[in-house]
Design a protein around this ligand. Structure first.
Ligand code: FRU
Length: 640
């Protein structure tokens, strides 16, 4: 397949031809991992959604099979899941063999939940005659993920009410009759529709068999700027999912707090403006808006700008004693009309406007040019008519930028290209892994990806666990160990200075497709990293010890011009690194996946380098050392 297809992934699943999106129906049965996927059988555009199909015996080498559930009668077969109905609760089994049951969304204007069953190991499916099995008359209700809940002896479905930013849970004794259990959300962050939820238990590593439930859901507005998955860690009792962190107030970073609107604490701020409806309240404080961007953040519940007037809140004067002024701002219930001004010497020197209705974001102003001067803050609510919330909080002077992790949303992946990921069902108990795979793209530019005759592929399959970090529990990922079967020539170097290892590397014929495990030791306050490719065309991975972050820069990675939102630099928080950080990199013909910080930091990225581009260089501050280095050439999964 390589000839004439320079961007064809060599160890990631792609369909031979046509459009692919979400992984669907991930299930293991009789020695086969099934990977169904959103697929257009007729072309390279996203239409006629059907379930394509591939199987693998090792999660590495995939065999593409005929379409399993085709678009028919004007009904698209949207995303969903599959289970093995071991006890034949559905009655679809024959000859004592359990059926494989697919649960998907039928999209035909309305979105409803449907089932189909297979008695031939997923090769062909029959739609259930009683479809749909859930229809609430909604056109925004999709992506059912079903699992067997042992303690209650029932099937449980998690499904998205996408536009409402909620998931709903249902249960069923037989996969046909469903009863609503509960809802979860809105919660966390993101601006886009909630899609492709999943709910599963993960072991907490090194904590004596402890397990927690994890709820994942795809959204737009991930840290990369586009689509990604946020997650919540908590408990599920068979009826309700409860987020452990709900209501937690993450500690604020060190700094000088100018205002933190707790309870009725005005902190000396004064208000002006006409109260709505002639009432007396102008600038009451409270947590009355369902602000979700920063758990525990309070906002000003204002009647500032009622009836066409403009209301303001003004802070007492304070000295700009530190480099940054950080604060949280959201749009209030009148998006775009919350505004913050910084006033120095009577002039407005900075302005910020809240962008959306439901999320508080950190704004950071570098105010070093006014060092030591006095300033005041003014919060303006310019909406007209009705009461309003002005979502601002935590005005904080600091020497360093408040890290984005202080925005307490948890993200599965900080790279741009991992969406709609879900986990495998029915992994045998003796294996016990939670295996997870995503669609490797960002919705901002999916339509202009420069590949043909296929468009879309999957990430590497990963194993998920929970790990305890100083910031709390985090999901950790690592590529499945089966991928080691692709390793061939090994390049290894003992611990040495960065310059020494880089000079050695310059004399190696570093293969184009590789897996590399490197540990960097970086002096305090410094950074170091790798360039994958040549000096002029490369993807750069940088560990910045000073900001505890890991960044992938693909602005020079090759073909980046096909869409304005493709080139970029993506940054992830790094927990508990100390002076050494291990990076695990996998480089395919058109992607780079980075796993680091014990798997708690992941960045998945598409790249489109020229066919001839290969190589690896190191860079770093003086004193940087490479304390471990291994690199393996990786083979192709495609028949030669
Ligand atoms: C996510 C998604 C799902 C939907 C499917 C349709 O990418 O929008 O919500 O089921 O794609 O192809």
């Amino acid at each position: 397949r390589a000839a004439g297809e320079p961007y064809r992934p060599q160890f990631h699943f792609t369909p031979e031809r046509n459009w692919l999106n979400d992984p669907n129906g991930l299930v293991y049965y009789k020695g086969e991992y099934h990977l169904f996927f959103q697929y257009n059988p007729y072309g390279i555009g996203g239409a006629y959604k059907s379930w394509g199909h591939a199987v693998s015996r090792d999660l590495v080498r995939w065999e593409e099979l005929p379409v399993a559930i085709p678009y028919a009668d004007g009904i698209e077969i949207f995303s969903g899941s599959a289970v093995i109905d071991w006890n034949n609760t559905s009655g679809f089994g024959v000859d004592g063999e359990p059926p494989m049951v697919a649960i998907y969304t039928g999209a035909h204007g309305v979105q409803d939940q449907r089932i189909a069953y297979s008695n031939d190991r997923g090769r062909t499916f029959t739609n259930y005659s009683g479809n749909p099995v859930i229809d609430i008359g909604s056109n925004d209700f999709r992506d059912p993920k079903v699992f067997w809940h042992q303690p209650t002896g029932k099937w449980v479905m998690i499904v998205a009410l996408s536009g409402l930013h909620k998931v709903r849970l249902y249960s069923s004794p037989n996969l046909k009759n469903w009863t609503q259990l509960s809802e979860f959300g809105p919660a966390g962050a993101g601006t886009g529709a909630w899609e492709c939820p999943d709910l599963f238990q993960l072991p907490v590593q090194d904590e004596g068999g402890a397990r927690k439930w994890v709820l994942t859901v795809g959204v737009n507005g991930a840290p990369s700027g586009g689509t990604g998955a946020q997650y919540f860690i908590g408990e599920f009792n068979g009826t309700t999912f409860v987020d452990d962190a709900a209501g937690d107030v993450p500690p604020l970073p060190a700094g000088t707090l100018i205002a933190d609107f707790e309870g009725s604490n005005y902190g000396g701020w004064t208000t002006t403006g006409t109260a709505f409806g002639g009432g007396a309240v102008a600038g009451a404080f409270g947590n009355q808006n369902p602000v979700t961007g920063y758990r525990g953040a309070k906002c000003v519940n204002s009647y500032l700008g009622g009836d066409g007037s403009t209301g303001t809140l003004t802070s007492p004067a304070f000295a700009l004693t530190k480099r940054y002024l950080n604060f949280l701002i959201g749009g209030g219930n009148h998006p775009g009309q919350t505004c913050v001004n910084l006033i120095v010497n009577g002039n407005v020197v900075r302005t910020a406007t809240g962008a959306d209705n439901e999320r508080l974001n950190w704004t950071h102003w570098d105010v070093s040019q006014y060092a030591g001067m006095n300033a005041t803050l003014r919060v303006v609510d310019s909406h007209t008519g009705g009461w309003g919330h002005v979502n601002v909080d935590h005005f904080l002077l600091s020497d360093d930028i408040v890290p984005s992790e202080a925005d307490s949303t948890l993200w599965m992946d900080y790279g741009p290209d991992n969406y709609a990921a879900v986990s495998w069902s029915d992994i045998p108990e003796g294996d016990g892994r939670r295996l997870w795979i995503g669609w490797m793209v960002d919705l901002r530019y999916v339509g202009s990806i420069p590949t043909t005759p296929w468009l879309g592929g999957m990430t590497l399959p990963r194993e998920l666990v929970l790990k305890r970090t100083s910031a709390g529990l985090r999901v950790a990922q690592r590529p499945v160990e089966e991928l080691r079967s692709l390793r061939s020539t090994r390049f290894t170097h003992p611990s040495g200075s960065l310059a020494e290892v880089d000079a050695w590397l310059a004399n190696q014929d570093v293969p184009k497709l590789f897996e590399c495990i490197i540990e960097l030791e970086v002096p305090v306050g410094e950074s170091a990293g790798l360039r994958i490719g040549t000096t002029t065309e490369n993807t750069k991975v940088t560990w910045n010890r000073a900001t505890s972050s890991l960044a992938v820069d693909r602005t020079q990675s090759g073909n980046v011009g096909f869409n304005g939102s493709f080139p970029g630099v993506y940054s992830a928080p790094v927990h508990d690194a100390g002076d050494r950080l291990k990076l695990h990199l996998l480089v395919d013909a058109a992607s780079l996946e980075v796993f680091s910080a014990d798997g708690t930091t992941t960045l998945s990225n598409l790249i489109f380098p020229a066919a001839a581009t290969k190589g690896l260089q190191l860079f770093g501050a003086p004193g940087t050392r490479v304390t471990a280095f291994d690199l393996w050439e990786l083979g192709s999964i495609h028949p030669a």
